[in-house]
Design a protein around this ligand. Structure first.
Ligand SMILES: Nc1ncnc2c1ncn2[C@@H]1O[C@H](COP(=O)(O)OP(=O)(O)O)[C@@H](O)[C@H]1O
Ligand SMILES: N[C@@H](CC(=O)OP(=O)(O)O)C(=O)O
Length: 518
């Protein structure tokens, strides 16, 4: 098929940036190419941002394998070569399985071999030096996104799309000194990402979610969600109509649909609600990533690769302030009047659970003042880089909830120092149950109903906290009660029968160009 016959981007259309996670690329590459990208190409300019391939789970994915390979190389284990071979075989196998055109296959086999040979060189360097710099770690890590994007570009070309692989691993001038990763840095990255895409004309870019050796290393600075972050910055750089995060569920629900069968899809939630849900167990999108896009007034849509025709969930500030004043917590009026969303119900929006939590109770031995007691505790947690999810304090007693999978050595060292301040009581196997909703700010009685419901279900509560944001009520319960608690709270506070008649979001949210759906 000649280039002119292939499906390409039409410059008159607005951009939509589509991000695909590793498991989606591993399981549904043809759905991505045919049901998503080709479908959106009818009305939008499409750019795909891809993570490294995973098979069934992220844990078995290419990125985890690359992290393990680097660690093995450090220990001079030969298994790092086995890992590279497994990665190479995975991508060769996927090429055989999902690409029919022999010439595309042959080209891809060469590219995969080339990348894996380069990867082995990086691992050899680590093995010889028995050390790994942040830059070398990034070079190793970025190989995963390079391989997956080469593969996805091949699948699209095989499906008649004029797709182009775009390696973003070197968009940053590695010799340019950046004092801090501030707004100017991210604005620079957004413009660099956008220019590498726009230079391709009408081709459909397939962009690596790994975007280079940022100061201090991408993994350390941004963490494992760097592909979401790359897609967000690219959407800003292109002034896209929409950023789409493609998953394997229909969007954001009133609860985890795999744990609560009656969970309902939320057509629209605010960034604050999405942030609380992400912090407290419903992995949506990292708040820092989200803020880049929302501040550029670009809506984010969570969509399902398995059900691309469904509208998904839009994350966008709804109109909170009546007069567009910027006084917190009322951000300026952003949505056009006809999209003003008035909620008739003052109920919560969703319920979520964060598991593998431990509770640390510290009773002061009163050897120091109460302010010194708190300051000492926070200093110890800071020293050992232990993040706290919830905290309840009185003058002589502090309870903290944190991830029990925190670094064990750091935890034990911290405990030694904490015991100098008082007696320690540690509870494992807990979970943080959170009720989230912007309308809870003014609703009376929600927390009472929440805790009565748990009491009636005979679920004991270890800690209670009302988020400073006022849109989150959290409590700590035994993890074994998590699903039971989710379902009884959902039944009591989130099912249509428990709420006054609410106009459907869909009728309130008028489809505008920027709320495009397939
Ligand atoms: N409130 C919620 N709405 C939707 N999904 C949720 C929610 N809470 C937890 N989840 C879970 O989050 C996961 C998100 O979908 P998934 O496709 O796995 O994300 P990703 O592709 O980004 O890893 C699903 O497994 C889903 O069960
Ligand atoms: N590939 C990286 C980055 C990433 O964002 O992955 P995903 O989009 O599949 O969560 C990882 O596995 O961490």
């Amino acid at each position: 098929m000649s280039t002119q016959e292939k499906l390409a981007n039409n410059p008159v259309n607005g951009w939509v940036v589509q991000k695909f996670g590793g498991t989606s690329i591993g399981k549904f590459p043809l759905k991505i190419a045919v049901d998503v990208a080709k479908s959106y190409l009818q009305k939008k300019r499409v750019v795909l941002v891809c993570s490294a391939r995973s098979t069934d789970t992220k844990a078995e994915g290419t990125t985890n394998r690359l992290i393990r390979a680097a660690e093995q190389a450090m220990k001079q284990h030969s298994t790092s070569y086995d890992i590279v071979n497994a990665i190479e075989q995975d991508h060769v196998q996927a090429t055989h399985e999902f690409i029919g055109d022999v010439s595309i296959q042959e080209r891809l086999f060469k590219e995969i071999r080339h990348d894996c040979a380069e990867l082995e060189q990086y691992l050899n360097a680590i093995r010889i030096l028995t050390e790994i710099s942040p830059r070398t770690r990034d070079l190793v890590l970025g190989m995963g996104e390079r391989l997956s994007c080469r593969f996805m570009a091949g699948v699209l070309q095989d499906q008649g799309v004029d797709a182009e692989y775009v390696d973003m691993c070197h968009i940053l001038d590695e010799h340019k000194e950046w004092k801090s990763l501030d707004a100017s840095f991210y604005s620079y990255v957004a413009s660099q990402l956008a220019s590498k895409v726009t230079v391709l004309g009408n081709k459909v870019p397939v962009v690596t979610g790994f975007f280079g050796m940022i100061p201090g290393s991408l993994l350390s600075q941004i963490g494992r969600g760097y592909t979401d972050f790359c897609a967000a910055l690219l959407a800003v750089g292109l002034a896209a109509d929409e950023l789409q995060i493609w998953k394997e569920v229909d969007g954001i629900f009133t609860a985890d649909p795999r744990k609560v069968p009656t969970a309902r899809l939320l057509p629209l939630i605010t960034p604050e609600e999405a942030a609380e849900l992400t912090y407290y167990g419903s992995e949506v999108i990292h708040p820092f990533t989200m803020s880049q896009v929302i501040s550029a007034r670009i809506p984010i849509r969570i969509k399902n690769v398995g059900n691309p025709g469904a509208p998904g969930t839009v994350i966008f500030p709804d109109t909170i302030s009546r007069h567009g004043s910027a006084t917190p917590p009322h951000p300026p009026k952003i949505m056009p009047d006809d999209l003003e969303y008035e909620s008739a119900h003052k109920g919560p929006t969703a319920v979520t659970i964060k598991d593998t939590i431990m509770v640390i109770n510290i009773n002061s031995n009163r050897k120091i003042s109460s302010h010194g007691f708190l300051a000492s505790i926070f200093a110890i947690f800071d020293k050992y880089k232990l993040a706290v999810d919830l905290i309840i304090t009185s003058e002589v007693h502090v309870s903290m909830a944190l991830n029990q999978e925190s670094d064990e050595a750091s935890l034990q060292d911290a405990f030694v120092e904490l015991r100098r301040l008082g007696t320690l009581d540690v509870l494992h196997g807990m979970g943080i149950l959170s009720l989230v909703g912007k309308h809870m700010r003014n609703a009376v009685g929600i927390s009472g109903r929440m805790f009565n419901t748990l009491a009636e279900a005979k679920i004991n509560i270890e800690m209670i906290s009302q988020g400073a944001s006022e849109i989150n009520i959290s409590c700590v319960i035994d993890e074994k009660n998590a699903v039971k608690a989710l379902n009884c709270i959902h039944r009591e506070l989130l099912e249509p029968s428990t709420l006054p008649e609410v106009p459907s979001h869909a009728s309130l949210v008028v489809e505008k160009p920027w709320l495009y759906s397939a």
